[in-house]
Design a protein around this ligand. Structure first.
Ligand code: 3HC
Length: 332
């Protein structure tokens, strides 16, 4: 298994690794955490920057579809909850950008790559949020899928990433519950509200399944990332786990998962389910989803609008440094 995984990066077995690579892999296999100043192979560093950067971008782009509903929340309480949740996502972005910076990449570089389209963010955020019930579906399904993927990442091999995930997962589970609470309110409400809840489930089911990435046979990074314990599970394993946990939750709500093939498989001990439309997934990744242009335009505008503020902060930091230097000189 291990030799096979390493093969995906061009190494056939341990004998082909340099002594540093072998020692590094031994530390990974012994479940040791890798810290920023430790030696690491270039591929490990690059893979982490790609994954953590994409993850950070997903957090801040993910603020947009929900931010869209803050002013239209049906009650003051719901508005407060949504506001807090959207603010949490900014915090998650911050922890993750900080974790990426420990690998030697600057935050400005990561933003430049997001804005130019060179770096991805999660496909899910290229779908629109059309009704208030979507706030329920996003919390329940999207944050639910995020938790499924991120709880194992608390044990990932890179220390700063693993530690960031601990707090993120705690907050994500609150997000998931508030989403489910909105769904309960809608599904147990008037027939019109129940219909809105069903419609939200219909639209978010398959995009949520896509969040786990392509099927294992098309996942180019999984084998090496798992050998390095950057990823702890394959995409299909997590997708199956998500379906198994979510279907009973939909049943409790009295809603129907939009998949006629969905069926409990006694022998496997799992649900059989239909795969998402992978052609649609790859189109969204190429930038052709329903909201890709809108999302990137919003992020670029935020960057441009914030220029005066970044300049102000830098000028303040320069002045403070000059003041400190002057007072150090005076004290000598
Ligand atoms: N959206 C966008 N791109 C995706 C994707 C998705 N849902 N799933 C896979 N991809 C991309 C990969 O980035 C890769 O492209 P690249 O080579 O250009 O980077 C390509 O598709 C092939 O996929 P692989 O399976 O080989 O890629 P990975 O091994 O990186 O697996 C992943 C993809 C499972 C998403 C993994 O990167 C991962 O676990 N990332 C950390 C978690 C994360 O990023 N979550 C974002 C979810 S949203 C969120 O957390 C916000 C919260 O508020 C809800």
């Amino acid at each position: 298994m291990y030799a096979q995984m390493v093969k995906s990066e061009g190494k056939t077995d341990r004998a082909e690794m340099s002594p540093e690579e072998r020692a590094f892999q031994d530390r990974i296999d012994a479940n040791e955490k890798i810290e920023p100043k430790d030696w690491m192979p270039d591929g490990y560093r690059k893979t982490l920057i790609r994954q953590i950067g994409q993850h950070a971008h997903s957090e801040i782009v993910g603020q947009l579809p929900e931010g869209n509903w803050i002013t239209r929340a049906p009650t003051l309480e719901r508005k407060q909850i949504l506001l807090a949740k959207v603010q949490d996502e900014a915090g998650h972005g911050l922890y993750l950008y900080c974790a990426a910076e420990t690998l030697g990449v600057s935050r400005d570089e990561l933003f430049e790559k997001l804005h130019s389209g060179a770096m991805k963010y999660s496909s899910i955020f290229n779908y629109p949020t059309l009704t208030w019930a979507d706030m329920g579906a996003v919390g329940w399904l999207v944050d639910g899928a995020a938790i499924m993927n991120q709880v194992p990442l608390q044990r990932t091999s890179y220390g700063p990433y693993a530690r960031a995930m601990v707090r993120i997962c705690k907050e994500e589970s609150f997000h998931q519950r508030q989403g489910y609470a909105v769904m309960m309110r809608m599904a147990f409400g008037t027939p019109e509200q129940k219909e809105m809840a069903q419609d939200a489930l219909n639209r978010f089911w398959y995009p949520s399944l896509m969040m786990f990435g392509p099927s294992d046979k098309d996942s180019v990074h999984s084998a090496q990332s798992m050998a390095w314990r950057i990823k702890m599970n394959t995409n299909d394993e997590l997708r199956q786990k998500f379906v198994d946990e979510t279907v009973p939750q939909a049943e409790y709500l009295g809603l129907t998962v939009p998949d006629e093939t969905l069926k409990w498989n006694e022998e496997r001990g799992h649900y059989d389910f239909a795969e998402p439309d992978w052609e649609e997934f790859f189109e969204v990744l190429k930038g052709n989803g329903p909201c890709n242009d809108e999302r990137l335009a919003a992020r670029r505008k935020a960057w441009d609008d914030g220029e005066w503020f970044r300049e102000g902060l830098s000028a303040y930091a320069d002045k403070a440094a000059a003041r400190r230097a002057a007072s150090d000189l005076a004290a000598e």
